[in-house]
Each structure stands twice: as structure tokens, then as C-alpha cells.
Design a protein around this ligand. Sequence first.
Ligand code: SAM
Ligand code: DTB
Ligand code: SF4
Length: 313
Amino acid sequence: MWTLEEAQALHDAPFNDLLFQAQTIHRQNFDPNKVQLSRLLSIKTGGCPEDCGYCSQSAHHDTDLKASKLMEVRRVIAEATKARDAGATRYCMGAAWKNPKARDMDAVVAMVEGVKALGMETCMTLGMLDLEQAALLKQAGLDYYNHNIDTSERYYNEIISTRTFADRLDTLANVRDSGIKVCCGGIVGMSEEPVDRIDMLVTLANLPEHPESVPINMLIPIAGTPLADAKPIEPIEFVRVIALARIMMPKSHVRLSAGRTAMTDEMQALCFFAGANSIFVGDTLLTADNPGEDKDTLLFRRLGIEPMELEVQ
Ligand code: SAM
Ligand code: DTB
Ligand code: SF4
């Protein structure tokens, strides 16, 4: 169990000491020159009843986004095939729902089965899940479920009012109990205090089991959302958060998630050194821009990084 004081002391250590420790732990657990590639697809975009202050897809905010219905299964599989052929090993499908409805489950199950049959790992993020829905997804072969705590418990209420921090933890417990692997992280750069970032990592590291994947998103400011003008996080501070995540959850894949288009190559290189070993590839995330294949291929070549192969189960 981590205390906030222990995590804070690590976070505040001289930068070189923090990075040396993070890289040492990283090497004890992973090949330091391999990064896992995931690909996202928004299977149901916009019109979300939740009011997450950062999100382009919330019906509460006046963003430019066009809402759409649930995508057809065969289109999802066609997109996943392209991602696999471009080197992605995990396919992550996201829907802008508070929770999946009973009538959606057949289609969602067919998507998991279809993508799995392509030989990729599957991940979904569909909002809250009850135990029954989690069991159904597990049975379909779902490998991961993404559900983020987003920030500290203290700051959470400033960002989202339509569901609680405890609701998030309940869904995470249902996912864990069903035997699906957990992908859970958060966002930094939402005008939170440093202590909120540290406390978020303490909550993650003190879950009954560490999430197998920990996405660290840097806020992508979206016009029309309450966080459109949030002050960007300072790059060195962002790298400290990655290093802390690596040290506190040594065996988890730490994903350098949203926000890479606003990062320099040097900042991303420091994040990889600090222990990040997963990214989203492709030129879009769910609705926002991502660097795209050419840029990432070039960056990996310059850093001598290679895509991580799928572990044989
Ligand atoms: N609706 C589902 C949910 O919220 O659980 C899944 C999709 S939601 C878009 C997945 C995660 O993306 C959020 O929890 C948040 O951490 C991240 N995210 C959303 N918008 C973002 C933004 N503008 N910048 C950075 N991260 C963002
Ligand atoms: C996560 O932590 N980041 C991804 C994934 N989980 C679903 C989503 C990032 C979304 C970025 C904003 C957008 O594309 O709308
Ligand atoms: Fe809806 Fe997810 Fe966006 Fe929140 S983050 S508004 S739950 S799509």
C-alpha cells in the first residue's frame, strides 16, 4: 500500500534520481526498447448524457462534434483489420454511453468476437458496467476494459457531476471480478494541483490488483468544453507523473495516451525513458487528432524503439 506522503516524496525527488529509479524498475520488468501499439475506434460518437468537463462527446457541452449511432459490426471489423495490418496488437472500441443498454449487447459482443478472430487483443470502453454485462463481455473473449478514475477523488467532483468516483470504482470491481483485465488511468492538465495527480496514482496503485494498463492522458483542450482554457501542464511535470506511475505499478503497461500531438519528440522520448511503454497509433484517437503512423514510425526509428509483439497466451 502506498501512502500519499511516500508518493509525494518520490514525485518531489531530484529529476535525475526519479528518472534513474523509474528506468531501473522499467528494465527489471520490461524490454526497455519495446512499446506496445493500441488503436482506438469510436463505435458510437457523441450525444453522451454524462457531463465530463474535458470531453468533446458530452451532450452538456456545445462542441462542434456530430453525434452518430452505433457503428455496424462489419465496419468495425474492417477498421480493425486495417489497424492490425499497420502493426497494432490491441484494438480498443469506445462508445459515448453512460452504460450499455440491453439492446446494444448483441452488437458489442459480435464486435469483440470479430476483432478477436483477427488475432488482436480486444479492449472496450462503454461507460459503467454491471456484473452481468461484464460476464457477457468476458464470455465473448474481451481481454481489457478501459474505465478511468480520471483524477483524484477530491478533484473529481469539479470535473464530473453526473456520476461519482465510487461509481467508477464499482465498475472497476465488476470488470476485475469477471476476469477481464483492467485498463485504468486518468488525465493530467485539467488545472488540478500536483497533489491531485499524485493522489490519483495512489488510488490506482492501491487497488486490490494493479490495472494491467495505465493510460496517462494529457488533456486535449476542446473548444466548447469547460476545460477549453485550462493551463497546459508543464512537460517536466508530466514526465514526473509517468515516472511515478512506472515506479508505483512496476508490471503495468503505462500508456502515453491522449495529447501526443502537443508534445515534442524530446518530451515523448523522456516519457519512454521514464517508463511509458504503450501508445495509441493512428491519426485519430476517438474524436481528436493523434500523430499518425508516419510520424511515429520516424520517432521510433530515431529512438531505436520497436513495436512490442503480442505475448502468446
Ligand atoms: N464513455 C466512456 C467513459 O468515459 O468511460 C469511454 C470513453 S472516454 C472518452 C475515455 C477516456 O478518455 C476518459 O475517461 C478520459 O480519461 C479520456 N479523455 C476523454 N476526452 C479527453 C480529452 N479531451 N483529453 C484527454 N483525455 C480525454
Ligand atoms: C484513454 O484513457 N484514453 C483514450 C481511451 N482511454 C479510450 C481516449 C482518449 C480520448 C481523447 C479525446 C478524443 O479523442 O476525443
Ligand atoms: Fe461520455 Fe465518456 Fe465523454 Fe464522459 S468521457 S462525456 S462518459 S464519452
